[in-house]
Unconditional design. Structure first.
Length: 75
């Protein structure tokens, strides 16, 4: 979470300015750092030019498939 924010800042943006540039509410990007939020995750990954699975390994596979842990635990 903090590393992602720092990487955004190093590239010259804040979460607020990144949200404004993409015409989405700032809380969308903030929530993407804490919980699954596909639109926010996609914007952050595109800006940082990193694949989703590198930024959010607990949420995405290398094949760009969403990981749904609460569904995987059901038997």
């Amino acid at each position: 979470k903090h590393a992602i924010k720092a990487a955004i800042y190093r590239k010259g943006k804040t979460l607020a300015s990144l949200a404004k540039d993409n015409k989405i509410p700032e809380p969308t990007l903030r929530s993407a750092l804490n919980k699954p939020c596909k639109s926010g995750e996609l914007i952050i990954a595109a800006f940082l030019e990193k694949p989703l699975f590198e930024l959010f390994p607990e949420r995405w596979t290398k094949e760009n498939q969403r990981i749904y842990p609460r569904y995987n635990q059901r038997t």
